[in-house]
Design a protein around this ligand. Structure first.
Ligand code: ATP
Length: 530
């Protein structure tokens, strides 16, 4: 096939030529039009080029959501360099591991994370070699730049020095398979793996969205989910930036601020995880907020409780469920707004250019019957080709060109998909399979329940016992008997929790997903003590 340039920088450049004055970004009260942002991207790309950052070189970014994040990403793509956003909640040792894996030429760090990095740099086994260390200072000014010690340089100073006398580099052509982003999975299933996301993966996610989701040129998108996660970054955000839209970027998610932003900026599209929807619905402001401008409110990352769907429907907004992973960039399925009433709980049908099959994970034989569970396997141009420097993980994850998602689900008779749980979270108790997500859904209906996680812990009698970790509103203190009695009408007997742990808050990770490792730890510790 002849070369088709997939570089998002080209899309941004065209928007700038057509509509230089059009508003592109609003970030904590400041705005950028297309021409302003494009000029800043060019400047940063020129500096990186002058510092001899080459196609394929990695540039690591550690910081909250910001315009600087976006600018660095586009500047990398200008040169064909690989953008590597890291989770800013990681501990020094974890970051050391990711830097070792990605071996970047440049590391950009926000001042708020400097301490973590300094601790990491103090480890005897960490070597930085000729890595350029930049302190991000433009969006959140460093109070006294002269007080910054070597080896750090304020990014703006560094850029200014490097652009002086340097000619603008040409925008690098990006082929379908060229590497655009290296994104480490959150590690809820073990050691983080670097997912290689190509320009083609990013492109095809956009084409999938274009074909199904009700989005328009000039739409306003709210970017409050962390941009270092694929959902926050590529579900909608990159796409809207190169298609003439406006992005309202917030450094972090605040439920009240998000409601205000939706109203003030007449936000049309947003990708949020269920924990965010829930936090917004729990504010006092929710009842009077006007959020019906939201046409494409897409929620994924974890199951969306039906109660939340109803709360938003009552405000004239259809929460559209989707399912996907970092490896699928991210959309694999989607349920359009028109169908949310007909298929509550479904995460939809496969995206138009993506295929999904349900497979018995033990035999790898296709599950033909509707309603029968199996592992969801995905194929399509949005799916990653491989993990970074990890042939073993790649081999384990692919079978005959299909990506094994590790999620269990089923199709209904009309082909709509339902995600049940993660394969590895399944509990086997007394020889029966229990999917924690199903039990969690039932327990969330318990009057006063705020959050819940269900895990299996080793048990002499049952092999594993179902344990519920529950947080409730003040004053609600259920016993295990109360919870069992309540859920007996909703769940088969063997699925009912055998132990109950009450807690102030159920452990969740940065993207609002249940942190099952932490929940297991909590469960084991609490039960040991008893
Ligand atoms: P790791 O792969 O390291 O465990 P992670 O699972 O958090 O990290 P992501 O790629 O961010 O990595 O998340 C993908 C997972 O999120 C899916 O495999 C699935 O378990 C869960 N998920 C996504 N969408 C949904 C959904 N609609 N319903 C239920 N679970 C979902």
């Amino acid at each position: 096939m002849s070369f088709i340039d997939r570089n998002p920088v080209v899309g941004l450049e065209r928007q700038t030529i057509y509509f230089p004055e059009q508003l592109l970004l609003t970030y904590e009260g400041r705005t950028w039009n297309n021409a302003e942002f494009f000029a800043e991207v060019r400047e940063q790309a020129t500096a990186l080029h002058a510092a001899e950052v080459k196609p394929g070189d990695r540039v690591v970014y550690l910081g909250l959501n910001s315009v600087s994040f976006m600018r660095t990403m586009f500047a990398c793509w200008w040169l064909g360099a690989v953008f590597v956003p890291l989770n800013f909640r990681l501990a020094p040792r974890e970051i050391a591991g990711l830097l070792e894996q990605s071996a970047p030429r440049v590391l950009l760090v926000e001042p708020g994370h400097l301490e973590t990095i300094e601790t990491m740099l103090g480890y005897p086994d960490v070597e930085i070699g000729d890595m350029v260390l930049l302190l991000i200072d433009d969006d959140h000014a460093i109070e006294n730049p002269s007080a910054i010690d070597a080896p750090w340089t304020p990014a703006s100073t560094w850029i200014a020095e490097h652009v002086a006398d340097a000619a603008d580099p040409a925008v690098q052509g990006a082929d379908e398979d060229d590497l655009a982003i290296l994104m480490f999975t959150s590690g809820t299933t073990g050691k983080p793996k670097g997912v290689e996301l190509s320009y083609g993966n990013i492109w095809w996610n956009s084409v999938n969205v274009d074909s199904l989701v009700d989005t328009r040129r000039g739409d306003t998108n709210l970017a409050v989910a962390p941009l270092f996660h694929i959902g926050g970054l590529n579900a909608l955000t990159i796409r809207v930036m190169v298609r003439g839209g406006h992005v309202v970027v917030r450094r972090t998610f605040d439920p009240r601020q998000a409601l205000k932003d939706i109203e003030e900026y007449q936000v049309n599209q947003a990708f949020l995880v269920p924990a965010m929807l829930s936090a917004m619905a729990q504010t006092d402001e929710f009842a009077d907020s006007k959020i019906e401008s939201l046409r494409a409110l897409i929620c994924a990352g974890a199951p969306v409780p039906t109660i939340l769907l109803r709360q938003y429907q009552a405000k004239g907004v259809e929460v559209q469920q989707a399912w996907g992973l970092t490896e699928t960039a991210p959309f694999a399925t989607y349920l359009p707004a028109e169908l949310t009433h007909q298929r509550p709980g479904s995460c939809g049908v496969p995206m138009p250019f993506t295929q999904i099959k349900v497979v018995d994970p033990l035999t790898s034989i296709d599950v033909e019957e509707s309603g029968q569970t199996g592992e969801l396997w995905v194929k399509g141009p949005n799916v990653t080709r491989r993990y970074w420097n990890n042939p073993k993980a790649t081999e384990d994850a692919f079978s005959d060109g299909w990506f094994r998602s590790g999620d269990i689900g089923y199709r209904d008779a009309d082909g709509f998909l339902y995600v049940v749980d993660r394969l590895k979270d399944m509990i086997i108790t007394g020889g029966e399979n229990v999917y924690p997500a199903e039990v969690e859904r039932a327990l969330m209906e318990y009057p006063g329940a705020l959050d819940v996680a269900v895990v299996g812990v080793a048990d002499d009698q049952w092999g594993e016992a179902v344990v519920a970790v529950l947080s409730c509103v003040d004053g609600t203190v259920p016993s295990i008997e109360d919870v069992r009695e309540f859920s007996a009408g909703l769940l088969a007997r063997y699925k009912l929790p055998k132990r109950l742990i009450l807690t102030g808050s159920v452990p969740r990770n940065g993207s609002g997903k249940l942190d099952k490792a932490a929940v297991r730890l909590l469960a084991n510790k609490t039960l040991e003590v008893k």
